[in-house]
Design a protein around this ligand. Structure first.
Ligand code: DO4
Ligand code: MG
Length: 278
């Protein structure tokens, strides 16, 4: 089952049929430990609609309202390597090796709603950054009790020049206007995602792919429950939360994003999140 946030309603795709829920707040709808069961019961009493494509084209929104967006770092070997390379000259590389091995994961606050764009929105590069990449990540949708109730796709836009200069600059490398994309929908399943689920990244410039990469989520060093557990240890989330799980795809050192590039991230079970760089 897939749940899409529209600007004025909620669109549900279930068993090949589409249903539109109106007069219902996203925050209240989504924050439900039994989201699959409740939504299935709700749509069983509704009439399917036939204009879902038009609604998606005109009013698809990022699947986030009052939730905070958090992110996990250095959860894949490729992220550890990439960060060690970028911070080697400035002496920060040891921190990444240590956090990869440590019991406590790296978790950081990524963005509130107004810094996030949905599918089709424009992500941004900081004007004071010279080396930038998208980070394609599976995102956990968590209820206020900390339960994983769904999954979406995220782009954790990152400045490698600023983070590489000093790991203490991480909040500036990671958080700025247009720093994240989420969408296109929330996948709600009855059982956890299969471990061979793929995350695929394509970056295109002038209509040509200039970088492609993929990773299976079984390459992650940590469990999703483990990441969610640490996030909820000493933080409450009255409306639930979104947690990016880290990148396993990092382009080589000679690649930097440019204005006009198109970033497409696909998780076949969920869909494709596409954004242009402003
Ligand atoms: O350590 C800095 C952030 C890492 C990150 O965002 C990632 O691994 O995805
Ligand atoms: Mg990341």
């Amino acid at each position: 089952m897939k749940i899409h946030k529209l600007t004025d309603s909620i669109l549900i795709e279930h068993n090949g049929q589409w249903y539109r829920v109106q007069d219902q707040s996203w925050d209240e709808f989504i924050n439900d430990d039994n989201l699959y069961g409740q939504t299935e019961a709700l749509v069983s009493g509704m009439t399917a609609i036939d204009n879902a494509e038009n609604l998606l084209a005109s009013s698809l929104d990022a699947p986030m309202q009052s939730q905070e967006l958090w992110a996990s770092g250095v959860t894949y070997m490729r992220s550890k390597q990439g960060r060690q390379e970028e911070s080697e000259k400035t002496g920060g590389s040891d921190f990444y090796a240590r956090v990869y091995e440590a019991e406590r994961p790296e978790l950081f606050f990524k963005a509130s709603r107004h810094r996030v764009v949905g599918h089709g929105g424009k992500v941004r590069i900081r004007r004071d950054s010279s080396w930038d990449v998208p980070e394609p990540e599976l995102v956990l949708v968590l209820s206020s009790s900390g339960k994983i109730i769904g999954y979406t796709i995220g782009n954790d836009m990152s400045s490698r020049s600023i983070e590489g200069e000093n790991p203490l600059y991480l909040p500036q490398a990671k958080t700025y206007d247009g720093c994240a994309a989420l969408g296109p929908c929330i996948l709600v399943t009855q059982s956890p995602l299969a471990s061979d689920t793929q995350i695929q990244l394509t970056i295109s410039r002038n209509q040509e792919p200039i970088f492609t990469g993929d990773v299976e989520i079984n390459q992650i060093k940590r469990g999703f429950e483990e990441l969610a557990g640490f996030l909820f240890r000493e933080c409450s989330f009255p409306h639930g939360a979104l947690l990016m799980t880290g990148t396993g795809i990092v382009p080589g050192g000679d690649f930097t994003l440019e204005s006009g590039d198109i970033v497409s991230i696909t998780v076949p079970e969920i869909g494709t999140l596409t954004n242009q760089v402003a």
